[in-house]
Each structure stands twice: as structure tokens, then as C-alpha cells.
Design a protein around this ligand. Structure first.
Ligand code: NAI
Length: 678
């Protein structure tokens, strides 16, 4: 009978070759665990066993779709222990990624060999968990506590070469893995002591408390890095005590809010970057990209494109501006080189693939052009008219506009099906979010190509329809508006910022404005003044600051003051007095807001605006909104995004807060359907 198990065992000349084949990443699903359990039994008839995987990788983790259910036997820790205890010793022969359960299995094998560049890690922390099959107990024994902390608490992965240098890998073999295993067997070292029986050299108490402080600082309220840190320290106990503790905590964490939120983010990320709208449409190949405007955004986008191996031509207004643009990109590449993010060879190749010019005709031959010139309709229209002339009539035209209507930008151009928005975020060489803005005319292949390009740049593309500010900036405007209402009603900037940091944001709304500069939002408010609903509450505190020249960090002061050369926001009595006087002048009786009040209000506003955006069809669903917030606006990933958070909290609760918010500022907050119906 043909076997349907994803694990196959074949014994040849006393060697049991155990092969896992569970595409795409050979995850340790129930069938794989069962197959491995059988393989261990079958291997008892052999002298040695070699565990290896088919496809592009070794076992790269658990099957997360099983995490919402009760775990089914055989349990991974039992399988892992059976491999370690097997009379016939196992060799793990690895390639690709050896992550989570895969690395736990590898650590239970007697020997480990790997192809060059194979990467190892314990990324459970990224989904709110700790390892569940001895990983936190074996890693410190095999790798030492320092490396184990980097892996388990920070989610860092290490190449085989580093592990080999630390003695955790017995051989790096090049070429064919199976042949490499045969060669290793031909000169087999004596069977070492099982990893679980080795002792750990614990760092000093000071070193541990320094590590803990570093973990806490980075975690910003997320618990799993600390859970991992705690579990790693159980490795000082006998394995038979530490491992059951690890397992119990792992199982408990599977049901935690944090792990659910992180798993939601993991799945949402995969779903939104491959939307249904383009499911059946293959992207076009893109080799050469033209970028019009090499300022802050254009230079960042160019750097991202160069990093993906694309040929890039940046077009600027004149020769001087073209030179400046080249210099800007070069500085970004230099900085990547200095930080060790790219090699000298990559730096050289990327600079060689960069062309700058003051002549739009030099964009010729580009498969796609991204416009990032001044935020001015006439300027953008003029640029696209010239690009349309220079480029092939099928070449894709994308605008990076933040607030202008792309339909107006592209109006009148031939072949409108090739036009769309690709809204990057600053700094564009780093920020993951790209809002892909679809116009009514945009063709499916064009959309699919924009998504494929964004993914190739390592970004998270999210599909958006057209509205003021698209998904992200529209929500940001609502969030800031409520933050400013809170100021007028009694809160101070540092209280609001601290409340949001307390939720897990790296920065509160006012610190963030100071960092980014207040002028863009100011210009927007002025532009919107004529069309703003006169019934909507409008507070002028922000405008007053701008009029005083307090435009944020770059002007040395904004919502906060800054000492010369420092970016640390300091409370400014002048701003606080201005806010208090403002309330008095407006006859608002200032009242206290607790950090919880502030958080509840701002999160309710985000959820309400996100829901409206989905109800209007601007975003396809809540996943899109969550990904925009996490990847573009600093919403803590471990909270899952504002929509996941609202759902976890319950929409009744959001509705209660949102009604109160709306009552306090009548005429200012249209309620989403899901809010008004709860
Ligand atoms: P910027 O002022 O730094 O750069 C604009 C560049 O365009 C300048 O180098 C200018 O010389 C060049 N330029 C102007 N007219 C040109 C023309 N006719 N042909 C070629 N180049 C021309 O502005 P920034 O911040 O890079 O913004 C560019 C666009 O990106 C705007 O539409 C903005 O709304 C959008 N954006 C900006 C973000 C930000 O955080 N700054 C974020 C996302 C989008």
C-alpha cells in the first residue's frame, strides 16, 4: 500500500534515511509528528539514522493553524525526546531554514550537519510563545546562554557558520546534502552526550539583569520576550524539571491575547499582500524603474529598488537637483554599508545600477515609473505628461502622493489602465508599508505587478481605494483630531504620549508629530478648511504652534522643547500654558483624564475610522486596516492592530467609548455601522 505519510524511512546499508516532505516549509503538523515517531521506531533496525527534508528547507516551524485547537498526539516534545533517546543515533542534515520545532528536533539529534548559509532560530517569541519542545532548555546547553537569549528573546536567526564556530554544528557540507551526510558518516565522530544532559554555564547575576533590562526595553510591554528569558533560565535545572515547565507555559501562552494577536498579524500579513483582486493575475516582469523626484521619498524609494536588484533612473528638475538626488541615495547606501547591512560589493553594484538625470526622456525603457515630486497637482500632472511621452505606452505609472486625488493626477493620460498609486512611507528604504491605490481604471495586471514589486522590495503592500489620506493618513487625522480634543478638554501632551507608549507604541502622537514635522498636516488642514463640515469641532492648538514656528524637532521645538543636539522631548511650560489658556478662552472646563481614559478614546476613534473605511469599501477588510497601522503607524504588533484589538475587547465596549467621544464633540464623529449597531 502506498504510504500517505509525509515522512518516509528507507534503510540502506544499515543507514535509515528519514525524509520529511510536507510542503511548503515541512512544518511539524500532526502527520509529520506521527511520521517521525514511526521513523524512530523503524530506525531501530539500523546502525545510524539521517533526518533530512525535501523541498526548499528543513523543518521551518510548527503548523500555526493547529494552535487554536487542543494539541493532538503525538506531542512534539515526546517526538523530540524519542529522537534524542533513540538507540540508533540521528544525524540532522539541514538546509534552508531550521526554525522553531525544526531546530528543537535538530538539537535532539546526536550530530548536526548543514549546507552553508542554513539559518537557525527560535522565532516563537514573534508569535507570542516560547518553544514547546525543549528548545528553551536545549538551546542554552548547546549554544550558550548569550546566543540562546538572542534567538529566543529577540527572535534573531544565525547562519550555520556561526553555529559551527560555537561547536553547535558538527560539519558544514557543500554540494549535495545526502552525499555530505555519507561523507560525514564515513568519518563519524564518537556519539556525544545528549544535549539535554549537558550543563549550562549561567551568566553572572549582573549579566542576567542587564539582559533583562535590554529585553524589557525592546519589548515595550510585550510579554513573550520575558517569558522566553524566564524559560531559558530553567535550563539551570535538570532537563526533567525544566522541560515540563517549558511545555506548560508554552501551552498556556497559546491561549494568550498576545499570542492570538501576533498570530492574527502573521496570517493577516500573508492575506493582504496577496489580495483576492489579483489572485488569478500574474504580474509583469519589472527590470527597470524610473523615479521622478529624488528628494526625501524618491531617494528612499530608489534605495529600496536598488536593494531588490533593479536598474533605477532618478529624474530631477535640473542638473544640480539630479546631483543632489544621487548624493542622497549614495548616503543611504553608505549608511547601510557602515551598519553592516550590505557588503562593499553590494554597495558598489547598487551604485552602478543607479542613474540620475535632469531629462525625463532618460526614463525611456523603464517598465514602471514612480513619481515622488512636490505634493502639487500641476507639478505631478506635468511630470506624468512627460513620462508618458518618454515611456512605452504600456509602462506602469505610479504616484506616491499622500493626499492628492490620483484620478486628478492621471486625468487625460493615454491608457489609464496602467495608472495607480504606490504610497510609500518615510523613511522609504526602511518602512514596510506601501498603500497600493487602485483607480477605477487600474488594470488587474498592473495592480498585480505593483504588489509583486512591493513584495520584492521586502514591503507589505496593502490595497486601498481613494479617499482623503487613503487608509493610513485618514486614520492618523482622526487619531490626531481626538488627541487635540483631549488637549483642549484637559490633558497635556506628555500625558497623552505616555498613555499611548503604555499601550505599546514607541511614541505617542505628539512626540511623533515633533519627529515628523508639523508642517505637512498644517498645510493639509489649511487646504481642507474650505470644505470642512462647519459642524465639526475644530481646535486650533496645533495651528497656533505652527504659527509660532514650533514645527517640531527640526525647528528645535514643537509640542516639546529640545536641548541643543538632543532628540529627547522635554515638557515645555510655554506650550502647557498656551493649552490651558486656550481652554479658558474657549470656556472649556479642563478635567482629568487617566491614561486608561486616553487610551480607550484614541483606540475607539481608530477602530471607528477603520470600520468606516471598510464599510465604504476603501479597504477590503479589517486585516488591511490592521496591517496599515502596524507597518506604517507604529501600532504595536503584539496588539494585533486596532481592528483586532476592537474585536478582542468587544465592539460593545468600543461602541460605549465611541458614543461618549461623539457626545463630547457633537457633529465631529460619524459612527461606523458596526459601532452604532452595538
Ligand atoms: P521633497 O521635497 O523631499 O522631494 C521632492 C523632489 O521632487 C525634490 O527633490 C524636487 O527637486 C523634485 N522635483 C520637483 N519637481 C520635479 C519635476 N518636475 N521633475 C523631477 N523632479 C522634481 O518631497 P518628499 O517628502 O520626498 O515628497 C514627495 C512626494 O511624496 C509628495 O507627493 C509627498 O506627498 C509624498 N510623500 C511624502 C512623505 C513624507 O513623509 N515626506 C510620505 C509619503 C509620501
Amino acid at each position: 500500500m502506498p504510504s500517505t505519510s509525509p515522512v518516509r524511512t528507507q534503510i540502506t546499508n544499515g543507514i535509515a534515511w528519514v525524509t520529511v516532505n510536507n510542503p511548503p516549509v515541512n512544518a511539524t503538523s500532526t502527520a509529520v509528528r506521527r511520521g517521525l515517531e514511526e521513523a524512530v521506531a523503524q530506525a531501530q533496525g539500523a546502525r545510524l539514522a539521517v533526518l533530512l527534508c525535501e523541498g526548499k528547507t528543513f523543518i521551518a516551524g510548527g503548523d500555526m493553524s493547529e494552535f487554536d485547537r487542543l494539541p493532538e498526539p503525538p506531542h512534539l516534545p515526546d517526538v523530540v525526546n524519542a529522537i534524542e533517546d533513540s538507540r540508533t543515533p540521528f544525524i540532522a542534515a539541514m538546509h534552508g531554514k531550521v526554525l522553531g520545532g525544526g531546530f528543537e528536533i535538530a538539537m535532539a539529534c546526536a550530530w548536526r550537519i548543514a549546507l552553508p548559509g542554513t539559518r537557525f532560530g527560535l522565532p516563537e517569541v514573534n508569535v507570542g510563545l516560547i518553544p514547546g519542545a525543549g528548545g528553551s532548555q536545549r538551546a542554552p546547553r548547546l549554544l550558550g546562554m548569550e546566543t540562546a537569549i538572542e534567538m529566543a528573546c529577540f527572535g534573531k536567526t544565525f547562519p550555520a557558520e556561526d553555529l559551527a564556530a560555537a561547536g553547535a554544528i558538527d560539519a558544514i557540507v557543500s554540494g549535495d546534502l545526502r552525499q555530505g551526510a555519507e561523507a560525514f558518516i564515513a568519518d563519524l565522530p564518537p556519539r556525544p552526550e545528549p544535549v539535554s544532559r549537558r550543563t549550562v554555564k549561567m551568566p553572572s547575576a549582573e549579566a542576567l539583569s542587564a539582559a533583562r533590562a535590554r529585553i524589557e526595553k525592546r519589548a515595550r510591554g510585550q510579554q513573550s520576550p520575558l517569558h522566553n528569558f524566564e524559560a531559558l533560565q530553567w535550563a539551570a535545572l535538570p532537563f526533567s524539571e525544566g522541560q515540563p515547565r517549558e511545555r506548560a507555559l508554552h501551552l498556556k501562552l497559546r491561549g494568550s491575547d498576545e499570542s492570538r494577536a501576533l498570530r492574527h498579524a502573521f496570517f493577516a500579513e500573508r492575506a493582504v499582500t496577496r489580495p483576492a483582486a489579483i489572485a488569478r493575475t500574474a504580474p509583469r516582469e519589472v527590470k527597470k524603474v524610473a523615479i521622478a523626484g529624488g528628494g526625501l521619498m524618491g531617494a528612499g524609494i530608489a534605495t529600496a529598488c536598488l536593494g531588490a536588484g533593479l536598474e533605477v533612473t532618478v529624474i530631477e528638475r535640473d542638473e544640480n537637483a539630479a546631483r543632489d538626488a544621487r548624493e542622497r541615495v549614495r548616503q543611504l547606501l553608505d549608511s547601510a554599508l557602515r551598519r553592516g547591512r550590505i557588503t562593499p560589493a553590494e554597495h558598489r553594484d547598487r551604485l552602478a545600477a543607479l542613474h540620475t538625470s535632469a531629462d525625463h526622456a532618460d526614463a525611456a525603457g523603464a517598465d514602471l515609473a514612480i513619481e515622488a515630486v512636490f505634493e502639487d497637482l500641476a507639478a505631478k500632472r506635468a511630470v506624468f505628461a512627460r513620462l508618458a511621452e518618454a515611456l512605452d505606452e504600456r509602462a506602469i505609472l505610479a504616484t506616491n502622493t499622500s493626499y492628492l486625488n490620483p484620478e486628478e493626477i492621471f486625468a487625460g493620460l493615454p491608457n489609464p489602465g496602467r495608472c495607480l498609486g504606490m504610497h510609500f512611507f518615510s523613511p522609504a528604504q526602511i518602512m514596510k508599508l506601501v498603500e497600493v491605490v487602485r483607480l477605477p481604471a487600474t488594470g488587474a495586471e498592473v495592480l498585480s505587478t505593483a504588489f509583486a514589486l512591493a513584495r520584492r522590495l521586502g514591503k507589505v503592500p496593502v490595497l486601498s481605494g481613494i479617499c482623503e489620506g487613503f487608509i493610513g493618513n485618514r486614520m492618523l487625522a482622526a487619531y490626531r483630531r481626538e488627541a487635540e480634543y483631549l488637549l483642549a478638554d484637559g490633558a497635556l501632551p506628555h500625558q497623552i504620549d505616555a498613555a499611548m507608549r503604555g499601550f505599546g507604541y514607541a511614541m505617542g502622537p505628539f512626540e511623533m508629530q515633533d519627529m515628523a514635522g508639523l508642517q505637512i498636516a498644517w498645510a493639509n488642514r489649511k487646504r481642507q478648511a474650505a470644505t470642512r463640515d462647519p459642524g465639526e469641532r475644530y481646535e486650533e492648538i496645533s495651528d497656533m504652534l505652527c504659527e509660532m514656528g514650533r514645527l517640531g524637532q527640526r525647528s528645535g521645538r514643537g509640542w516639546y522643547r529640545y536641548e541643543e543636539g538632543s532628540r529627547t522631548p522635554l515638557r515645555d511650560p510655554q506650550v502647557e500654558a498656551l493649552i490651558e489658556e486656550y481652554s479658558t478662552r474657549r470656556a472649556i472646563e479642563r478635567r482629568e483624564f487617566s491614561a486608561d481614559d486616553i487610551r480607550a478614546r484614541l483606540l475607539a476613534v481608530l477602530a471607528n475610522e477603520g470600520a468606516r473605511i471598510v464599510e465604504e469599501g476603501i479597504a477590503a477588510g479589517f486585516d488591511e486596516v490592521d496591517m496599515v497601522q502596524i507597518h506604517g503607524y507604529g501600532f504595536p504588533r503584539w496588539r494585533g492592530g486596532p481592528m483586532h484589538h476592537a474585536q478582542a475587547l468587544g465592539w460593545e465596549e468600543i461602541s460605549r467609548t465611541m458614543r461618549q467621544v461623539a457626545d463630547e464633540s457633537p457633529g465631529s464623529w460619524p459612527l461606523a455601522e458596526i459601532v452604532s449597531s452595538n
